[in-house]
Ligand binder design. Structure first.
Ligand SMILES: [Zn+2]
Length: 111
């Protein structure tokens, strides 16, 4: 009798914090149309903003990092004010290490 231990370690365990986000997440909000509104996973709130690439009120482009596993994401918000109701689009996209490095290299104006 031989006891065989069978365990298949997953290549990379899903992160407790950002695992539910997956590779990307989108949300779309249309004012006055709650049934068409979607939200980002709550986990998106746990990401830390480490760089503001653009923030003009109605448009935002941020680099965020997961405090759990250190993965980087870009968060984008696009807000459109329309006569029939505003629209609001959010996206959250996981970056590869090299993509993150490229984005973080960019700087705002130097004075
Ligand atoms: Zn994570």
């Amino acid at each position: 009798m031989s006891k065989s231990k069978k365990s298949d370690p997953p290549p990379k365990p899903a992160c407790d914090t950002c695992g539910v986000i997956g590779q990307k997440a989108f949300a779309f909000e249309k004012n006055g149309w709650p049934e068409e509104t979607t939200h980002l996973p709550a986990a998106a709130n746990n990401l830390k903003t480490i760089r503001v690439i653009k923030d003009s009120g109605s448009r935002k482009f941020l680099v965020q990092q997961c405090p759990g596993c250190g993965d980087y994401f870009t968060y984008e918000l696009d807000y459109e004010f329309l006569a029939g109701g505003s629209e609001d689009e959010e996206s959250l996209i996981r970056l590869t290490k090299s993509e993150a490095r490229e984005i973080l290299k960019k700087r705002k104006h130097r004075s």
